[in-house]
Structure formats: structure tokens, C-alpha cells
Ligand binder design. Sequence first.
Ligand code: T46
Length: 133
Amino acid sequence: MQVIKYMFQPHGDVRGQLVALEEFKDIPFTIKRVYYMYDTGEGVRRGFHAHKSLEQILICIHGSCKILLDNGTEKKVVPLEKPYEGLYVNNNMWREMFDFSPDAVLMVLASELYDESDYIRNYDEFLKFVKEK
Ligand code: T46
């Protein structure tokens, strides 16, 4: 499984750091939605689903967390620890987010608006879906 992690260019000076993200320049799709999660409780694991067509970039803009990626045959755990790194998560990929530090803010840039019908929330259905692809 190929893990695609983007290293964004911080514009740093004596004032600190600034990262700018533009669609089709830093992000490989049109950004239709941004959401973020914070105040994630200790030991919480989120996700447990795949998407039929959604593409996303996950950026832990504060603190740290880990992402489990599972394409149906292989699994990989990717730590997100820097505000300038972004994990590309394609469709057809089971994902779980865990090991959130108490101060973690996980921001997600998404290629589509929220659509519950794009979710595959059952793991057996996910395996069937990727096998049929
Ligand atoms: C994903 C991972 C990385 C909305 O109303 N709009 C939204 O855009 C989103 C993302 C969620 N919601 C609602 C739906 C649920 O009632 O917020 C609630 C929590 O969503 P969910 O349980 O799907 O959250 P996670 O953390 O399990 O998964 C989220 C995204 O849903 C998902 O697409 O890839 O983060």
C-alpha cells in the first residue's frame, strides 16, 4: 500500500509559521468541505468506515494522532505529528483515527460535501466493495 503524505511549505519568519493550501497546487482536488475534530477523549477511536468516492487530506494542525489505513488486503498506521504534513486518504480505504493527544486538532479537507450515502460503515461490506472493484 502506498501512503501519500504531503509536506506543505511553511512560510516562516520571526513572527512564526504560516501554511497556505491551494486546490490543485498543494491539494490534488477541489476543496468542497473543511471539518475538524478536537477535545477527543482519551482512548477514543473514531472513523471505522470507508468512502465510495470521497478523497480527503488529514492534517493534525495541533497535537498528534494516528491514522490506521486499511485497503482490504494491507493495513498501515500513519502518525500525524506536524501541522505541515497532510495524509492523503483516497476512497475505498477503511480508516480509523486513534491515539489523539489531549490537545489534538485534526483538520480534514474533503473533495465533496457531506453525504451519508457515500459512507461504507460495515467492514464486511467494505471488503465486498473493494473485491468487486
Ligand atoms: C472521515 C474521518 C476522517 C456532519 O454533519 N458533516 C460532516 O461533514 C461530517 C464529517 C460529519 N458530520 C456529522 C455526522 C455525525 O453525526 O458529525 C457527526 C460525526 O461524524 P462521524 O461519526 O462520521 O465522524 P468520524 O470522526 O467517525 O469520521 C470523520 C468523517 O465523517 C469521515 O468522512 O473520513 O472523519
